[in-house]
Design a protein around this ligand. Structure first.
Ligand code: HEC
Length: 169
């Protein structure tokens, strides 16, 4: 009986390996969640990052909040430009809705999208050192949309390291 045990263990191993092949976890799972062109993914813990500023866009009727990771916040507070590698900026956008409890107040409604700019001067040399990522319902937007990011940021805020948002003290 004793000699069967290692064989059984080996069979179990082969069986588990075969089972793993059948599980619906594609090897490229990560890339499905990365933005086209830039390969930017949603950074872990971004929702806990400090606030750089808020904004309100009238044509889209949206409330936005811009956040920064530690490296970006340090640069903002020190007035460092260009932003150093590792800086990440996030922009969260919601529909602007009237407060249910207070007549003249507007508050965030349905979430619209989240966006990121990741600084890596070498990797993203052709787009000002920034990699862009836009996500709707957790899924990256298409390549057409990502083709618009840098041209707009470049045309209007080239002199501010391609970043619109100024630090709101
Ligand atoms: C037509 C112009 C335009 C396009 C296209 C555009 N942005 Fe922006 N972006 C802005 C403006 C204006 C702001 C300032 C904040 C705001 O709009 O609320 C901004 C802000 C940001 C910020 C916060 C940092 C900053 O620069 O203030 C991120 C992150 C961002 N955009 C990512 C993206 C991504 C990703 C794309 C492409 C999918 C994109 N943007 C396309 C105009 C644009």
């Amino acid at each position: 009986m004793r000699s069967f045990a290692p064989l059984a263990v080996r069979f179990l191993g082969v069986f588990l390996l075969a089972l793993a092949q059948l599980l619906p976890i594609p090897a490229n799972a990560g890339s499905d969640l990365a933005s086209p062109m830039f390969g930017v993914t949603i950074p872990e813990g971004y929702r806990n990052w400090p606030v750089v500023a808020s904004s309100h866009r009238t044509d889209k009727d949206e409330i936005r909040v811009i956040l920064g990771n530690d490296i970006a916040m340090k640069a903002y507070r020190a007035g460092t430009l260009p932003f150093p590698d590792g800086s990440i900026l996030a922009k969260l956008a919601w529909k602007r809705v009237k407060s249910a409890e207070f007549e003249t107040a507007f508050v965030p409604g349905e979430p619209q999208r989240i966006e990121f700019m990741v600084k890596n001067a070498k990797k993203y040399a052709s787009t000002g050192g920034w990699g862009f990522g836009r996500f709707v319902n957790g899924k990256p937007a298409d390549e057409t949309q990502h083709g618009t990011c840098f041209p707009c940021h470049q045309s209007l805020v080239k002199g501010n390291d391609f970043v619109f948002t100024r630090y709101a003290p």
